[in-house]
Design a protein around this ligand. Structure first.
Ligand code: HSE
Length: 437
């Protein structure tokens, strides 16, 4: 055995650079905690000439994956390239070659989890994926180990820092979505291509990873109802604020008599709810267990520092198992392979919620009663109604805001389908679900 635990790193973007810096800065404390030096021996990158902005002098760099995958001295492979195909090949080959693997790749785990986790289960090495959800927030380890004795009944929370940053800023500055996104990009707080974040896809990937662990099965990412924050307006933030709510982008899964209900979308949360006070790029994930009740984990879910800590935790866990000869200590989901099974989610149409509905209408006689009639015909009971906007002789549209009692999603969608055809409708109807708990 070599004098050190040797790492081979694929990709040296922001997370990779953070890992290089952390392992250099905390070298001696990590050596004490592991019992041996932990060193990045090799890295594979796409452009060898690129200035990395970190000291890579001790790392052998190459563009050839075999440089790492065929090196018997490499103990742990870090997959930090992201994406699907290339990352999948790296992980599967590394596992086949008997290496432990650490990845932050939530998209791959959510969309191709069955292949990856099966390979990880069959392989001899450890498979760490803590950083795939919430960066350094130890939600994966907590579900796999800390809460493994309880029956998890609900997980909900803010799982995308970019969306939370934008919504917080829109609320604080009373600004619109597009201008706030532009400012977040200028400040380096949103990606140049923010699609995965603002469309809710990143949060959906994370929720699937957590669901797979919490409910001992494999969920189909394509079944998960996913909405992002692109349709949230300054008017929605203003109106919902006046009603005592904050708009947050949430991921939620819960066990019900119907089955497992899961969704990712913006939601109104009461101002005194724990999620309301989570601002900026923070994540906050609450877990409810039958015996333990509620628990909450909160922290920065992105960025080179927090991500490097998440990766280092998995590296240290793998190193400890390698050094004590106990490889594959526990299957990645914490249950045996034979127990893994596909689990269907309850169709979104059957989920019940309260709703905030904003109808942008021409301010004509009888409009409110027409809307109320269609809602009643679709079994939707109205809790409160407010008309927003200045009545005017100029025919400028006004907003009618309706808060409903709990109603079935399919009924609400059917009602909106009818109402949106009415000649008095001036704009797109806004629908935001209300999360009381
Ligand atoms: N871009 C993500 C976020 C972090 O904004 O939370 C990586 O998943």
């Amino acid at each position: 055995m070599s004098d050190a635990i040797n790492i081979g790193m694929f990709g040296m973007g922001n997370v990779g650079k953070g890992v290089v810096q952390l392992l250099a800065k905390n070298k001696s404390v990590i050596e004490k905690r592991v019992g041996k030096p932990v060193e990045i021996k090799k890295a594979v990158v796409s452009d060898l000439k690129k200035d990395r902005g970190v000291d890579v002098s001790g790392i052998l760099m190459s563009t050839d994956p075999d440089h790492i995958l065929n090196d018997p001295d490499i103990d742990i492979v870090l997959e930090l390239v992201g994406g699907l195909d290339v990352a999948e090949t790296i992980i599967l080959r590394a596992l086949e070659n008997g290496k432990s693997v650490v990845t932050a790749n939530k998209a791959l785990l959510a969309e191709r989890g069955r292949t990856i986790f099966r390979a990880a289960h069959d392989a001899g090495g450890c498979f760490g994926f803590e950083t795939s959800v919430g960066a350094a927030i130890p939600i994966v380890r907590t579900l796999r180990l800390g809460f493994a004795g309880d029956d998890i009944v609900k997980i909900s929370g803010i799982m995308n820092g970019t969306s939370n940053y934008i919504l917080s800023k829109m609320s604080q500055d009373k600004s619109g979505f597009s201008e706030t996104l532009e400012k977040a990009q200028e400040a380096g707080l949103a990606e140049a291509d923010p699609t995965l974040d603002i469309q809710g896809i990143d949060a959906a990937h994370k929720l699937i990873v957590l669901m797979n662990i919490a409910f001992n099965g494999v969920f189909d990412f394509s079944q998960l109802h996913t909405e992002g924050i692109t349709n949230i307006t300054a008017a929605d933030i203003d109106y919902t604020g006046q009603l005592g709510y904050t708009i947050k982008h949430i991921g939620k899964v819960r066990k019900t008599e119907q089955g497992i209900e899961a969704r990712v979308h913006p939601a109104l949360v009461p101002r005194d709810h724990i999620m309301s006070s989570v601002n900026g790029a923070f994540n906050s994930i609450s877990v409810f267990g039958e015996f333990m009740g509620p628990a909450n984990l909160h922290g920065l879910g992105a960025g080179p520092g927090p991500s490097a800590v998440g990766v280092a935790g998995d590296v240290i866990e793998a190193a400890r198992y390698i050094l004590t000869g106990q490889q594959r200590p526990v299957s990645p989901f914490s249950i045996p392979l034979e127990e893994w099974r596909p689990i269907d989610m309850v169709p979104m149409g059957r989920i019940r919620s309260e709703f905030y509905l904003r109808f942008n209408v021409l301010d004509h006689l009888g409009v409110l009663s027409s809307i109320s009639k269609v809602l009643a015909e679709n079994r939707i009971s109205v809790r409160s109604v407010i008309q927003k906007g200045v009545p005017s002789e100029t025919e400028a549209p006004v907003d009618i805001v309706i808060i409903t009692h709990e109603a079935m999603e399919a009924d609400v969608q059917a009602a909106l389908g009818q109402i949106n055809q009415e000649p008095f409708m001036a704009g797109r109807t806004q629908l935001i679900r209300i999360e009381p708990d």
